[in-house]
Write a protein that binds this ligand. Structure first.
Ligand SMILES: [Zn+2]
Length: 676
């Protein structure tokens, strides 16, 4: 093949991107061609002399931009999974250009006239998925500003472009600070660290060309360090570096970007007739309003603080027993929480870890999908991948090929931190002339510490199941239109499939079968399973406070009346004092590295979504418990309907169809041991 592989049909197995052929400098010309084709298609729809109907307007829009979607998916995945200076430079160059392109499509006057006319005519002969697609296409354009006057539309486009630059800069600044810092350790500094943390620290040092050991700001390394290091001085140094990401004066200081991002979002919301960005954002969610989201957060906040206060008292007992007499600081919490877990529940992370090798837990996630939904995963070594860490699987069910699943499990210096699911190709089956059904290509990224073998913590294993639940949402999608595929649902519904899947890790049958000692193959002893499950309520006060404070701060930032002049750190301090944040617990994400909010707009005024979805997952998993079998086929079949539907139905109606009734918060409060 000669020329730019992004522009040719892909002849690889399952038509995955031909990764080994793709170079960073292929993207700019491919984007240019993709945008040009898309512009021409949109112009043709707008100029169609025939009166607007569903096929010549909405379906034509769904069919447009195929090349751009393909190139965009490859790029947006590679820039965060693979990273590196060349892709990051393309990102800085392309993000404002792409934002401008998408704004121009969403604001196109001729296109909007047709969509609007069709929407007002409300044709009676549409199928339910088509009716919803028309409704949501119209709403999406209105919410982008298509109904504004020309000056308003121009301002919306300019703001989109500027926000794209700021989001890209924000994410790159966090990555910069994560790469720039490490804590070198010698043998003398390893007090308390179990072998898996030492191994991870040795590997991190090697990757940086250092002797000895190093702690980095990767969550899979720093959290275990804070949990086990007996050296309070080193815990403090590591913790302070961790929470300082994005706050260093100079070229990578995110504190300078946040007020501008917030002010632009507020201006957009007001142009569209909303009081603030949170009101704008929440209007198109399952929750429906900031008050509904804040109501749920308020319902857990005070009980969570009470539970955390009881946990703190227990930690202080343990610390006193150690001869420590001061007040606990945030860098002490994880350390003493682990000590108490060992003392009160006779369980410790190091004893558990050998039973959670990555390969075994991933197999557990695969086989759970087999038992629930009849899926089978087969490793495909001939499918090209973009890094040796990545594993490719073909997914099949009784009906044949379902899709491709890529697994990218390990942390790398150039990879974005965190864990996420994404797609290289979304499922669709439009079935028009020239259309072929597109089976999905789904990827899960994690940042587990590597090793031979890689051993997960129980929390890591839950994260693997979480992202795999999102992957199933993409793989099991059975929709016609790409705009309704898989995870393209409301933000506060999208965490339901992922969070409900986490429950199957803790099913004793899963643990007995798959949590096997990596050296002996022995299954995890029943006594250890019992202890593990008994200890699950421990430290939930901490977890709930850490998360809920961040969700409340998100809502407050996006309702601030005058964000342009905001002193972000002063606001954070005063806000946390105002809600009574316990001094010994740090907020889960401080604003300057809160990538959910500022490295993109997806979770802005939307971090509450995890708790909102937890209402659904806690309540939803109880449907299996009520059926008396965590793999109950009839209940699994009803859940599969939710996963297949994508955005073809209202999420509350979908949930009620699965559960037989609307959700209740009771199961969430019981699960977090917050019930009165
Ligand atoms: Zn998720």
């Amino acid at each position: 093949m000669t020329g730019n592989p992004l522009l040719h049909p892909w002849t690889t197995p399952f038509e995955v991107p031909p990764f080994p052929l793709i170079q960073p400098d292929h993207f700019a010309p491919a984007f240019a061609q993709g945008m040009a084709e898309h512009r021409a298609e949109i112009a043709a729809i707008g100029a169609d002399p025939a009166p607007p109907d569903f096929a010549n307007t909405i379906e034509a829009m769904q069919r447009s931009g195929r090349l751009l979607a393909r190139v965009g998916a490859a790029f947006s995945n590679l820039v965060v999974s693979l990273g590196g200076p060349a892709l990051e430079a393309v990102d800085r160059e392309m993000s404002p250009v792409l934002a401008q392109h998408w704004a121009a499509v969403a604001l196109d006057p001729a296109l909007f006239r047709r969509v609007s006319a069709l929407h007002d005519a409300a044709p009676a002969d549409l199928a339910p998925d088509q009716r919803r697609l028309l409704e949501r296409t119209h709403l999406g354009m209105v919410r982008s500003g298509a109904a504004l006057d020309e000056a308003g539309r121009a301002r919306m486009a300019a703001m989109s472009e500027r926000l794209a630059v700021l989001h890209t800069g924000f994410g790159q600044n966090v990555l910069h600070d994560e790469k720039a810092w490490h804590l070198p350790l010698t043998e003398a500094d390893l007090d308390g660290l179990p072998s898996f943390v030492r191994d991870g620290a040795r590997q991190a040092a090697q990757e940086r060309g250092l002797d000895g050991y190093a702690i980095t700001l990767s969550r899979s390394l720093i959290e275990p360090f804070l949990t086990f290091s007996a050296r309070r001085d080193l815990r403090q140094a590591a913790y302070e570096a961790w929470i300082a990401r994005g706050t260093h004066p100079g070229a990578h200081d995110n504190r300078a970007l946040i007020p501008e991002i917030l002010a632009l979002r507020q201006e957009r919301a007001r142009l569209l007739g909303y009081s603030d960005f949170a009101a704008y954002r929440l209007a198109d969610t399952m929750a429906g309003s900031p008050a509904a989201a804040e109501g749920l957060l308020a319902e857990v906040w005070e009980p969570a603080k009470r539970k955390a206060a009881a946990e703190r008292d227990r930690l202080l007992d343990a610390a006193r027993g150690d001869g420590f007499n001061g007040a606990l600081a945030p860098w002490d919490w994880r350390y003493y929480a682990e000590r108490v877990r060992r003392a009160d529940y006779a369980i410790d992370e190091e004893a558990l870890k050998p039973y959670f090798p990555f390969a075994g837990i991933q197999q557990a996630a695969f086989d759970t999908a087999g038992r629930l939904f009849g899926l089978a995963f087969t490793r495909q070594p001939d499918v090209p991948v973009y890094h040796p860490d990545v594993e490719a699987y073909e997914v099949r069910d009784a009906g044949g090929h379902v899709g491709v699943f890529l697994s990218d499990p390990y942390a790398r210096a150039d990879k974005r931190s965190g864990a996420w699911m994404s797609s290289y190709r979304d499922q669709e089956a439009m079935g028009g002339p020239g259309d072929r059904p597109a089976p999905p290509i789904i990827v899960n990224n994690n940042n587990f510490a590597g090793g031979e073998p890689a051993l997960l913590s129980f929390t890591d294993a839950e994260t693997l199941f979480h992202e795999f639940g999102h992957a199933l949402h993409g793989l099991l999608s059975r929709v016609r239109y790409p705009g309704q595929s898989g995870t393209s649902v409301r933000r506060d519904f999208v965490e339901f499939p992922s969070q409900v899947y986490e429950h199957w890790l803790s099913v004793p049958d899963t643990l007995r079968r798959y949590a096997r000692h990596h050296e002996t193959g022995e299954p995890i002893p029943d006594a250890l399973i019992g202890k593990l499950l008994a200890a699950r309520g421990w430290n939930q006060g901490f977890g709930t406070v850490e998360y809920t404070s961040a969700a409340l701060l998100d809502m407050a930032l996006h309702q601030h009346p005058d964000p342009a002049g905001l002193d972000v750190e002063a606001f954070e301090r005063e806000f946390l004092a105002g809600i009574g944040m316990p001094a010994e617990i740090g907020i889960r994400h401080r604003p300057a590295h809160f990538q959910h909010l500022f490295a993109g707009g997806g979770y802005a005024a939307g971090y509450y979504s995890y708790m909102w979805s937890e209402v659904l997952d806690a309540d939803g998993f109880e449907a299996f418990e009520e059926a008396g079998n965590p793999f109950d086929p009839a209940t699994a079949a009803r859940l599969r309907v939710v996963l297949a539907a994508g955005d073809t139905e209202d999420p509350m109606a979908l949930y009620a169809g699965f559960r037989g009734r609307p959700p209740s918060t009771a199961a969430l409060l019981r699960g977090r041991e917050l019930a009165a």
